[in-house]
Write a protein that binds this ligand. Sequence first.
Ligand code: CUA
Length: 655
Amino acid sequence: MKKIALLSSLILLLTGCGNNNSGSSGAMSSSAAEKVYVAPGEYDEVYAFLSGGFSGQMSVYGFPSGRLLKVIPVFSQDAEKGYGYNEETKAMLNTSHGFIPWGDSHHPDLSQTGGELDGRWVFINENNTPRIARIDLTTFETAEIIEIPNSAGNHSFAITENTEYAIAGTRFAVPSPQKDIALSDLKGNFKGPLTFLSIHPETGIMNIEFQVIMPGFNYDLAHPGRDKSHGWIFATTYNTEEASTLLEVNASQNDKDFVTAINWKKIEEYVKNGGGEKIKARYAHNIYDEHTHTATTTMKDEIITVDPSKVPGAIYFMPIPKSPHGCDVDPTGEYIVGSGKLAAELTVFSFSKMMKAIEEKNYDGEAYGIPILNYDAILGGVVQQPGLGPLHTEFDGKGYAYTTFFISSEVVKWKLGTWEVVDRQPTYYSVGHLMIPGGNSRKPFGKYLVAMNKITKDRYLPTGPEMNHSAQLFDITGDKMQLLLDFPTIGEPHYAAGIEASKIIPNSKKIYRLEDNKHPYAVFNENDTRVERNGNIVRIYMTMIRSHFSPDNIEGIEVGDKVYFHVTNLEQDFDVPHGISMLGATTSELLIMPGATKTFVWEPKEPGVYPFYCTDFCSALHQEMQGYIRVSPKGSNIPLKWGLDDVYKMLKQAK
Ligand code: CUA
């Protein structure tokens, strides 16, 4: 009897699973598992680029599996890849303050053409020492970093819909230009520069075109107009109180702060016609050359600033309740969603109404000469009682918006136009930003949503006092959002950008071609490998191929020498990097891609015989990929010798 009952309930369970796609939680969780299951050997549908926050880097995940594909070093040294440690990439971290080994990466944004993601580059801003980086999506390497001078807390960042401009706004008002000034004199004397960088349509290279010297408020997040509002940029603006102390109280005094609306096309035209003022401003522009495999820094010393009062009709303030954070434009470009962190409702502005109010000069006063638009005249709608602590909104391209609420710890789905809340799902815990792939383009890929949470607590196995931040993936194809996956992240993903994998895969580089290698210290065959001395500078021109170095035995090095290992990876096969490291070298290993050349410096301190070896498991004989260097006392005058295997080569000597 018991057996039959068990059997029949099993049948029930099986048929229940088969027939019911949205019923019980059991069926739900099995469908969630299916939706994130990417079979071994198969590819994810989406690339997601997550900001690394205080790690300074950018991590790349595949969705829906949540597989970590790569961590791209951007603003911080990275020993795994040798980035910022090897001689070729150190220059990427140069600034006007000198070499800075760390950064606080914030908001990634992808290049677009005609408002659609084009898969060429992903950009990311650095908050602490204001910088913007461009990552090449054929190589997934940081190709450029430009410093933003005359600024601080580079927080608001966005790319326009044809990748014409990157916009970088400052979160901390500062004197402009910098000077020694009493903090009690802050009000009215500090400025909030918004910097506009052009992006070259073919090379992607950035150039600071102009800096709009806004009043000394804090500029938090920025979003460019789309489609009908293309040509405008919107940025949330808090601390309109201009407080410099106890901001948690003093920057929350005003009932309303602003969303700043800037007609950048108008300012661009003004500058093209000779407008603006040139001022001194030192900043570093670092570019990585894929052919020399080397970065170079150009120090620049001048920018053009624009006084908003000189370009009437270009800048307006839209009043918004209580310390706004997110400021997001829907795919049609009509709605601008402002999230007042302390407000009870979500304010949505209408772009058409904004244009009408501008035309009719429907103002509610001005701030530092910039007109404040009448709140009621530009209001498109209000989402009533949506949750507590709204931060950021993205769109699915099907008429719905999704807003994160930090305090009530949830994602809320609501309808554009009717402003009704249609769904809410809890997040674990205290969500900051969210991302829908393509969610800030004209054509979102509205299938997934990832919530990036600020607090993790009990979500994973405990790892001491610190838990990695967590992210959660939702399926948003149905009426209700479905939680699919929880996964830990790297650093603090303030924001992310996602794109269909099909837009990246065809252009992904497999190797660097040796014939394109223009590194000044590259060698392309083992007969040319050598060691050269110039005073105490010794250069080793070395190659690596499965599974040996050439040369792998070197003599004639002395204590006090500065030994440069210039190492070329001769492999021309996909995914065959080699590494090299040297006992006692005070730098990281090198990880060298096929066809590339990289360099590290070693200064031996004591006589002896020291081994070096390949750090990346490359073949069955990886363990044999090694060599020795003999170090003699200073002044020994042992002749330089080098070789590989045979004695006559070993006796090859410098003339
Ligand atoms: Cu080459 Cu391991």
